[in-house]
Design a protein around this ligand. Structure first.
Ligand SMILES: [Zn+2]
Length: 350
């Protein structure tokens, strides 16, 4: 999923669940920032205080993608939550849409978020991981032959010829980059072999899995709509526990916004067009009540704030620094998923 969903979609759905403006902005920024926190950095102060960053993403074509340690730290807990279903260890590692594990993660993170000072950041991270299960299911956040797709088997169904060519060119560019980096086109990490198809909300497509030749039909609009509904419900559950983050008059019932959300998701367009569709729906009051302002994404400021940290510039109240809150939340989420949630469900990844 891309900014259209991880930032604008999450902002709109949190507001539609009844969240106040500033809180929803933090949640949406943290959700998008899961794709932006690509640095391993430690800042140590002369007075003994320190901040340790948490890496939650890689640039897709980073060589580190092939690093097993990073697959465990980054891909499994943040982008391809294992579903723990099926018989074999391989089955259990596959990401599954709205799995029992995903629901357990949502319940647990929501309860912590209602109490913790980094709660809104944790809700953003949770929204990212939860949403990804609706796009990345059937793939594994590890380098495994199960992720490979049979050559030439991908079929795309798009009605707009221009968009069809656009997607094709993007996919060719993606594959050429892999080849220019000396990596195989069939690199089986995550949905690498499917290039960016799972990230396009409007796309209907199919492919044959290389391991068993089985054809898999994908209807992204249906999956994304189910994901939006699940997130709306998750934010409502959070606000029940943390009513201080709510705003009266903002909330709408799912059935009242479903049609508008569906229309946005089905728009065949590039990322800018899809972002525009979310913004227009927000400005026209089609998704929630109250202020129709659409806040800009400010994640780059979060990065700059830690990049600019010099010992003498660190504020006394470090814990007010958004990026610090994000790292706290990311650490809790990762540790919980890898140590508490997965092992009792027979997924040993840490
Ligand atoms: Zn992701």
């Amino acid at each position: 999923m891309k900014t259209d969903m991880h930032y604008f979609g999450v902002y709109a759905l949190a507001r539609a669940a009844g969240m106040r403006e500033k809180a929803a902005e933090i949640v949406a920024t943290a959700s998008e920032y899961v794709d932006g926190a690509i640095w391993d950095k430690e800042v140590f102060l002369k007075d003994g205080r320190s901040i340790l960053s948490e890496m939650t993403a890689h640039r897709m074509l980073d060589f580190k993608n092939a690093d097993r340690e990073d697959q465990r730290r980054v891909w499994l807990p943040f982008h391809f939550l294992p579903g723990a279903e099926g018989e074999t260890p391989t089955d259990k590692l596959l990401c599954r849409k709205n799995s029992r594990i995903a629901k357990t993660m949502v319940r647990r993170n929501t309860a912590i978020a209602a109490e913790a000072p980094y709660g809104l950041y944790l809700m953003g991270i949770t929204a990212h991981v939860y949403a990804d299960t609706f796009a990345h299911y059937g793939f594994m956040g590890a380098n495994h032959s199960y992720n490979a797709i049979r050559a030439g088997s991908i079929d795309l169904q798009v009605s707009d010829e221009g968009i069809f060519q656009y997607i094709k060119n993007k996919a060719d560019g993606f594959i050429n980059k892999l080849i220019s980096y000396g990596l195989s086109q069939t690199i089986p990490l995550g949905h690498g072999a499917a290039t960016t198809y799972p990230d396009r909300p409007y796309l209907r497509w199919s492919y044959a899995r290389d391991t068993d030749g089985k054809t898999v039909e994908r209807e992204n609009p249906k999956d994304y709509l189910a994901g939006c509904r699940a997130m709306h419900e998750m934010f409502q559950a959070y606000l029940d526990k943390a009513p201080r983050q709510g705003e009266s008059g903002a909330g709408r019932k799912w059935k009242d916004i479903r049609k508008s959300v569906k229309k946005i998701l089905e728009l065949e367009g590039d990322k800018q067009a899809r972002v525009r569709a979310w913004k227009e729906a927000i400005r026209d009051n089609r998704l929630f009540g109250g202020s129709t302002r659409v806040p800009q994404y400010k994640g780059h400021k979060w990065s700059a704030s830690i990049d600019d940290l010099e010992p003498e510039k660190i504020p006394k109240d470090i814990d007010k620094l958004p990026v610090y809150r994000f790292y706290q939340a990311a650490r809790i989420h990762r540790a919980h998923v890898l140590s508490n949630l997965l092992p009792p469900n027979d997924v040993i990844a840490a």
